[in-house]
Design a protein around this ligand. Structure first.
Ligand code: MG
Length: 107
């Protein structure tokens, strides 16, 4: 990642994502029973499906509340955090590594 915006992105991830992920883990362990990563993977797919369904309806011309869409986006993030924690994935490292492998072009 050699571009200025890319380096800033990596710095932001390295500065903040780890503490966010750990805080989700602490919160989840304090208030909810332990679940295996498979549970959270399925939950993540379900939440992503709910978000996609709202976008499908919006695309078809239905009125969808921005709050409902934001709620589903939040559900996706929460379930991703829970999955990564249950599976032992360091999201900071995973995202930084992945960004380094994604080709950079607008094509
Ligand atoms: Mg939901």
């Amino acid at each position: 990642m050699t571009s200025k915006s890319g380096m800033e992105l990596v710095e932001s991830i390295e500065d903040g994502l780890g503490s966010i992920q750990r805080a989700f883990d602490t919160y989840q362990n304090e208030f909810f029973i332990a679940r295996p990563p498979e549970f959270f993977a399925l939950e993540l797919c379900g939440e992503a499906g709910e978000l996609a369904n709202l976008e499908k309806k919006r695309w078809r011309g239905q009125t969808i509340s921005d709050q409902d869409t934001a709620d589903e986006a939040a559900d996706v993030l929460i379930s991703l955090m829970n999955f990564a924690n249950a599976r032992g994935i360091n999201l900071t490292q995973a995202v930084v590594d992945k960004l380094a492998r994604i080709p950079h072009s607008k094509s």
